[in-house]
Design a protein around this ligand. Sequence first.
Ligand SMILES: *Cc1c(COP(=O)(O)O)cnc(C)c1O
Length: 428
Amino acid sequence: MKKNTDHKYAQELDSQDPLAEYRNRFYIDDPDLLYLDGNSLGRLPQATIPHLMDVVENQWGKNLIRGWNQGWFEKPIQLGSKLAKLIGAEPDEVLVCDTTSVNLFKLTAAALQYQGDRSILLSDEFNFPSDLYIFQGVIELLGNRHRLHLLQSEDSITIGEELIQDEINEDTALVALTQVAFKSAFMYQMEEVTRLTHQAGGLVLWDLSHSVGVVPLKLTEWGVDLAVGCTYKYLNGGPGAPAFLYVRKELQNQLKTPIWGWFADQSPFEFNLEFRPAEGINRFQISTPHILSMAGIEPALDILLEVGIDTLREKSLQQTEYLIYLAQEWLIPHGFQIGSPLDGTRRGSHVSLRHPEAYRICRAMIDPTPGEATIRVIPDFRTPDNIRLGIAPLYTTFSDIHRALFRIKTILEVGSYLEYSKQQLKVT
Ligand SMILES: *Cc1c(COP(=O)(O)O)cnc(C)c1O
């Protein structure tokens, strides 16, 4: 069938989708709730429900403290070695622990201290604010010897690698970037940026929060030094599930983590009074692992590993392209702009649509007034004018995309968003 805007075409794409059955592995109670926010909080895998029950009832309830010797103690490294397969790392290069922000703090401080007199921390204006705050805080803590330099975008959607090449020099300590920008979905060529940074003697630290689970990565092969990322977005690990960190093998014993907790020690249960950092990746832990919050990660990872990251990326690209096509046909005429790269090789798995009334349009998508529509569309809003639509190839259907975009078109045609307040809710 030739590409067109009919719903039949979306259904045809769904019927040819080799991943279609994976949607059934997720808990979906309302087919009229079109969830396009898997990039902020992934859906609940069906298998996670009995697994959580098992961890609570059997492991905690029955094993009690003995649980620590029955798998809990090794959880950060065991889950890390599984996650390593998704990002092209070695099993002993990844730990699941703490939050993305805390891990970023640990690795940023470690990298800046390691780099001695080099004083520039290079990042960009697309970075997630928490990342930038962490950089600012680390710089202050280290005595304001470093300067944070932010690359600026010319078109508010992309940043060219040539810009990085121009900015990196013998004073660059660390290049710390989020690979897929949270607003525009612009994606850096990680291998190229890593190469440029190393050429100048800098270290590179990638935030993979919006890449992991949807973008193929080869951290070890590309020589990436450091990385962090979330597990509750495309990895579907559950709200507040612990994050991960990656440290290249050869660097591990050369870096010093800034938080000296007992789980970073060589031998926590010897209760030594002097800290002796553990060899290898374990020195980047702090303390007692969050066993209950981590429990959702494993069943979710198993699904992603079963499908394989290349297959996921292929579907994700096909779906973001389809979404952009419908937006061009239906929404541009209503004053929308595409806020994401049109070149798929430079785009993550979400698409930003920009409109001066984006906030109120989002409200109308999420909460239609009674009688106005039976479907609800869940995007998220990112100030000032972005409606972000996330594609999670494991469970997003082409039909979801069609229905969601048709709904936005209707909201604009009818003008129903005008009835909503411009006052913003706390979490958008
Ligand atoms: C989601 C996200 C975070 C969130 O960090 P937390 O510490 O989990 O709150 C950080 N950085 C980026 C780039 C993100 O997308």
